[in-house]
Design a binder for this molecule. Structure first.
Ligand code: B16
Ligand code: MG
Length: 212
């Protein structure tokens, strides 16, 4: 008895991982820290400050103060936001737009469930804010995925019980968050290989086979 769908943003609706990569890479290069695509993959669904800690695993200098870490995270975010400004509605596929509209047309409510503090900015850039009935993102949580907080808030904002919600995720941490929140889960992209989700999506439109 699914009644609502909670979508992750990066890796599901839009693909901003390349911008995260470029922004972290710039910060890492400036600090003389090794950074590559494999490390970038570990940042999927992880909050900004937790991501920084992963990037700093390769740092060989003196321990950094909390203030310095905040500066590094802010610097990365400035670069990232500059890159986000290049996004337009063309960065969301017709498949995603049509599927979201169809899901709503079938009577399901739709929430975002993203770790990002830039989620609204991104949805505005790609003109998709109105496709969502609620937004739960990095600005309304204290614990990041795999903690279920971001999805529980999404369900609460929609007025739905967690067990009636389907979480759509591309990160293993996100699937774990959905499971521990008592929700049904659907995996896309990178999250498919962990084999923990209730459903596997080959394409975004596959959702229409689950949400009948
Ligand atoms: P920000 P999601 C996540 O978005 C990204 O996958 C992750 O790489 C990023 O560190 C996190 O948002 C925080 O983003 O720095 O913009 O607050 O997949 O949960 O939509
Ligand atoms: Mg994601």
């Amino acid at each position: 008895n699914l009644k609502a769908v909670i979508f992750d943003l990066d890796g599901v609706i839009v693909f901003t991982d390349k911008f995260h990569y470029q922004a972290w890479k710039k910060m890492a290069d400036e600090m003389g820290i090794y950074f590559d695509e494999v490390i970038n993959n570990r940042l999927r669904g992880v909050s900004r400050m937790d991501s920084l800690e992963i990037v700093l695993e390769q740092y060989e200098g003196e321990p950094l103060s909390q203030e310095k870490k905040q500066q590094l995270a802010d610097r990365k975010n400035e670069t990232y936001r500059e890159l986000l400004k290049t996004m337009t509605p063309a960065d969301v596929s017709k498949e995603v737009r049509d599927t979201l509209r169809e899901i709503r047309g079938r009577g399901y409510k739709i929430s975002l469930g993203s770790s990002s503090k830039n989620a609204k900015f991104i949805l505005e850039r790609v003109n998709l804010l109105s496709a969502f009935d609620a937004i739960s993102d990095g600005t309304n949580i204290t614990k990041s995925k795999p903690e279920p907080e971001v999805f529980l808030k999404g369900a609460e904002f929609l007025g739905e019980k967690p067990e009636n919600c389907l979480v759509v995720e591309d990160a293993e941490a996100g699937i774990e968050a959905g499971i521990s929140g008592g929700m049904k889960t659907a995996a896309m992209g990178d999250a498919v290989k962990c084999q923990k989700a209730d459903y596997t999506l080959t394409t975004f439109a596959d959702l229409l086979k689950i949400l009948i």
